[in-house]
Design a protein around this ligand. Structure first.
Ligand code: FAD
Length: 524
């Protein structure tokens, strides 16, 4: 009867309300949640963890942590916030930001890791294959699922894979593959996004492209990504991984740029590199170079006129099974041909053959060691910059060989990529030149005063580096920018700023989303 139907509907509504109420967990006291601050493993991000991030420099206590089970839950949380005059909403991936970008002071934090980890293989009529993944999946989970279940893999990665799909797509996602395959934001076919009005959209290059591109590199400002469709291709089986050493930055940069501008069939699959200190210091010096473990670095081969800072170029070539790339002999030939033309210090070359998954998981060992020595839990005042090739030699002289000649107690990455591999329609801000370098100062200091320097000193050093870039007129942008004044944001985005502001007005008019980026203030 109509009455019974009405009663059933009311009961369903009641259950749904109860479910939603449960989803919004009241914030617990710090002390009560003595949980692991790194929320990697389980969806149970304690409120304690949501008030912190990998950087350990800022802390902002949310009003509640929401554990969405679906994009509808994400939409409900955003709509609930919109009905208030003040609540904001931050999607939190794995909290590996370093300046509070995934926090919401007094607002709602969406623990995106709580989304069910359902991954699906999608085959287009053309035969192209894709992974449909929840945005809270770690890239490591995507890798293991794609390779073990389907023998397939995405083309573009980050160095470290315990980052979420939504987190890196909101920034860029770069590694040694970027020069050839593009960054992760260039390797997405479709997104499901909940915008600041609580509406759920499926967008791509052809459907709702403005939203699609806004969200890519959009620092979480325009919507919460709930699912992503990532192109897949046959997974390589093994990787020829080589490192060579340079004493001259000019030679290093010339070779690195030559390698990243070669035609694909004559190129490596991966080109990276880092600066290190000319010493036997185990953290900053040449012991960080040799692969495989145990290989010897013969420092007597270094030229007598070498400066305080040296450079390690790192390249890799993939081998896929079943022919196509010609197998092992052909690979040796291709590697040999390219290496022969490089101007590295002869004798300081290291090579290893490793499995593809092991290669992509190489930074896990760094994490294990950092957890052991206490530097994983210590603050991480990291600085990431994109610097145009035009100014990279000047930067090397002033900063790497000047301010940082003793190292940063962690990797100092410096390697080139190509602007043409980035779609200008995305929100990412890049330098002007076609070739630009990622410079990543990844400090892994021991906590102060147990062996590490005071963190304020390191933050001040980062600020001095940025000041040097600005006052010397370098063509640069911050990667993972952290600014507080809108004038700084406007300068950061440059010609893209007015579009960024327009998109904000279109997709999140009340400025509810990602308040931890400090770009827009919540409109009551
Ligand atoms: P979070 O820190 O949780 O979030 C970052 C920002 O994205 C926040 O503003 C958040 O609100 C927003 N966000 C998160 N999820 C979503 C979503 N689903 N929808 C919308 N917005 C969202 N980066 C590289 O490019 N290459 C590297 O090789 C690399 N290596 C790293 C190694 C380590 C050890 C660490 C700590 C970081 C590294 N990063 C690297 C940086 C990393 O990509 C960023 O810190 C990224 O933001 C972290 O992802 P996350 O999932 O932890 O995101």
């Amino acid at each position: 009867s109509a009455r019974a139907r009405l009663q059933r509907e009311r009961e369903r509504e009641k259950q749904e309300t109860q479910r939603r109420a449960k989803m919004m967990l009241a914030y617990m006291d710090h002390a009560a949640a003595a949980a692991e601050p790194d929320a990697g493993a389980e969806p149970a991000v304690a409120a304690f963890a949501a008030a912190m991030d990998f950087g350990g420099l800022v802390s902002a206590r949310p009003a509640a942590v929401v554990r969405p089970a679906s994009s509808d839950d994400v939409a409900s949380a955003i709509r609930a916030a919109a009905r208030t005059a003040h609540l904001t909403v931050a999607a939190r991936g794995n909290g590996h930001s370093v300046a509070g970008q995934a926090m919401a002071r007094g607002g709602l934090v969406l623990d995106m890791r709580a989304l069910p980890r359902r991954m699906q293989l999608v085959v287009a009529p053309s035969g192209e294959k894709f992974a449909d993944v929840p945005s809270g999946a770690l890239w490591e989970e995507v890798l293991h699922w794609a390779v073990s279940k389907h023998g397939l893999a995405p083309a573009s990665w980050t160095d470290y894979l315990r980052l979420t799909v939504g987190g890196t797509l909101s920034n860029g996602g770069v590694s040694g593959q970027s020069f050839r395959y593009g960054p992760q934001v260039s390797n997405v076919a479709q997104l499901e996004v909940v915008t600041g009005d609580g509406e759920c959209h499926v967008c791509s290059r052809s459907a709702d492209p403005d939203l699609f591109f806004a969200v890519l590199g959009g620092l979480g400002q325009f919507g919460v990504i709930t699912r992503a469709r990532i192109p897949l291709s046959p997974a390589p089986q093994t990787v020829r991984w080589t490192r060579v050493v340079y004493a001259s930055f000019a030679d290093y940069a010339a070779d690195a740029e030559w390698l990243v501008t070669r035609p694909p069939h004559e190129a490596f699959d991966y080109v990276e590199g880092f600066a290190f200190v000319r010493s036997d210091d185990p953290v900053n010096g040449w012991p960080t170079v040799p692969i495989p473990d145990g290989a010897h670095f013969d420092a007597s081969l270094l030229p007598a006129n070498a400066g305080p800072v040296l450079y390690c170029l790192e390249v890799a070539l993939y081998q896929r099974g079943g022919g196509g790339d010609g197998g092992g002999d052909d690979m040796d030939k291709r590697v040999g041909e390219m290496m022969r033309q490089l101007k590295y210090v002869r004798g300081l070359e290291f090579a290893a053959g490793v499995g593809y998954v092991d290669f992509l998981s190489r930074v896990n060992r760094v994490e294990d060691e950092a957890r052991r020595n206490g530097s994983w839990a210590a603050p991480h005042p990291w600085l990431n910059l994109f610097i145009s090739s035009r100014d990279i030699a000047a930067f090397d002289r002033a900063v790497l060989n000047g301010m940082l000649a003793d190292g940063v107690d962690g990797p100092m990455l410096i390697y080139p990529m190509l602007k043409s591999k980035w779609d200008p329609a995305t929100s990412v801000a890049l330098p002007e030149g076609e070739i630009f370098y990622l410079v990543a100062l990844l400090r892994f200091c021991r906590p102060y005063p147990d062996g590490g320097p005071p963190v304020d000193e390191l933050v001040a050093q980062n600020n001095a580096i940025i000041d040097a870039c600005r006052s010397n007129g370098y063509d640069y942008k911050m990667y993972f920018p952290s600014y507080h004044a809108q004038s700084d944001w406007s300068r950061h985005f440059g010609a893209k700023w007015s579009r960024f502001v327009d998109r904000k007005a279109r997709y999140d008019p009340l400025a509810i989303l990602a308040p931890g980026q400090n770009i827009f203030a919540r409109t009551p």
